[in-house]
Design a protein around this ligand. Structure first.
Ligand code: CMC
Length: 437
């Protein structure tokens, strides 16, 4: 809840125009906000904050990050406890409805989601329109957007029942769609979901079974994948979530708004970083591996090279990303289980991390490993192709997008998102006849 603070901010101008008092609100934790909603009306001025470095775009009860402490809470629960004691569907319930389910609620919710895993049979014909070598995120952007064409009965964003069923459908069908886009790419038949398996187990089977040979779910890998899903489930007002909110604020249907989130997530500065990070590790490995780490780091530190250490740095975390710590642990577990503890990419990642954590360049800028630094190694060990990493991130983040979208729509104060601008282009001018231009 936004609580008015006793303190007020005063905005004054050096040209003698009247100063303005601005209210301040307090959240439960985290920085206070200065309420500038009346600023334009009273002063005729906008604020300027490209990249939203200092701007809270909404108030929210879902996820809290303390970037300095390296803390991530979903509805108040530390990510470490959720990763240890809950599964992904419990986390989905928590994000959507505000608290962890009791035993009955858990059973009902799990059953409900797992009953919606199948997609309209027509969807496979839609997929056929894509090239086999299309990037899975290109396919996913199309497939998720297309859901609104298949599920007409849940497209009214202003109807709470439609929002609820769209939420369940999206969470349930994302693994099916990601697995279908993978199977299509490698030319194998699609595997229908099996609802007696867990959410992660079902996804693994849809990915790796064929009609000729079933896939036996390994519990260590199932748990690791489930943990990847939990760690990616939400991350407050990041670029893709803000995209979903902005897109949904026009009243468009939930499937279209989530498709916008998928498109945004694809970028290498956001969800595409896990793919970019693994490609980077493979490139260094080809250059000569651990022996070349020093040389690579020199390139990273050279501003003219355009090279970044992918999987490092974060807009909010100025400390070790708590998700990266958990992912590192999972990485050990999976590599041990699969007998890959000598995996050269993992060794390389640890060597890079060690150097970066001691190097002045990274220390001074507070650049630490983020979740993507180790998640790629885990996924690769499981057998997931690098190109699919961001689609898996999208699968997991879908619940966060929906929870945030539903929170916005249910807020009586919500308005269409419409940023302002500082216009620095040409002022009014007249079109000259063609011969004079
Ligand atoms: N490698 C080298 N230098 C870096 C890196 C990096 N990965 N990240 C930031 N810097 C430097 C940057 O050059 C700048 O230096 P200076 O102050 O001398 O100009 C300083 O650190 C601040 O960087 P910034 O780009 O202004 O910071 P930002 O908050 O705008 O960017 C970021 C955050 C995540 C886009 C950036 O750290 C980055 O590009 N990281 C690599 C990509 C990546 O791993 N992204 C995944 C983010 S976590 C998953 C998710 O939430 O999607």
């Amino acid at each position: 809840m936004m609580t008015p603070s006793d303190v007020k901010a005063t905005l004054s101008f050096s040209d003698g125009s009247a100063s303005m008092e601005l209210p301040i609100y307090k959240g439960t934790v985290g920085p206070d906000v200065i309420d500038i909603r009346k600023l334009y009306g009273q002063t005729g001025k906008f604020t300027y904050d490209p990249g939203f470095l200092s701007t809270a775009s909404c108030n929210s009860t879902i996820t809290y990050i303390d970037g300095d402490k390296g803390e991530l809470l979903y509805r108040g629960y530390p990510i470490e406890q959720l990763a240890e004691q809950c599964d992904y569907l419990d986390t989905c319930y928590l994000l959507l409805y505000g608290d962890l389910p009791n035993a009955d609620e858990r059973g009902t919710f799990h059953k409900r989601v797992l009953n919606h895993t199948m997609v309209n049979e027509q969807m496979q014909f839609f997929l056929r329109g894509f090239r086999r070598d299309a990037h899975p995120m290109a396919v996913m952007t199309g497939l998720v957007g297309a859901l609104s064409a298949f599920y007409h009965d849940s497209t009214d964003i202003n109807n709470p029942e439609h929002r609820e069923i769209a939420a369940i459908r999206l969470i349930a069908k994302m693994p099916t769609l990601v697995a279908m886009s993978y199977k299509y790419g490698i030319g194998q038949p699609y595997m229908y979901p099996r609802n007696d398996l867990s959410y992660a187990g079902n996804f693994l089977r849809m990915m790796f079974a064929t009609p000729c040979e079933d896939y036996k779910v390994n519990p260590v890998i199932e748990r690791a994948l489930d943990r990847i899903f939990i760690l990616h489930a939400d991350h407050e007002q990041n670029a893709s979530t803000s995209t979903v909110r902005l897109c949904g604020s026009s009243g468009t249907n939930p499937f279209a708004a989530i498709a916008a989130g998928v498109a945004c997530l694809w970028g290498p500065a956001h969800g595409g970083a896990n793919e970019a990070c693994l490609n980077m590790l493979e490139d260094i490995q080809k250059m000569g591996g651990v022996a070349k780490v020093g040389e690579f780091m020199e390139q990273v530190k050279d501003k003219n090279s355009g090279v970044r250490l992918m999987g490092f740095g974060h807009r909010v975390y100025k400390n070790y990303d708590p998700r990266a710590k958990l992912m590192r642990e999972t990485c050990h577990e999976v590599l041990n289980e699969l007998g890959l503890h000598d995996d050269p990419l993992f060794k390389l990642a640890m060597a890079l991390e060690k150097i970066a954590l001691e190097d002045d360049y990274f220390v001074a800028r507070k650049l630490y490993p983020n979740v993507d630094f180790y998640s790629g190694i885990v996924q690769r060990a499981i057998g997931i192709p690098v190109q699919l990493f961001t689609a898996i991130f999208a699968l997991a983040r879908t619940v966060g997008w929906i929870a945030q979208l539903n929170e916005m729509i249910a807020d009586p104060e919500y308005k269409i998102g419409r940023p302002r601008q500082l216009f620095v282009g040409a002022a009014t001018r007249n079109v000259k006849p063609l011969a004079e231009r």
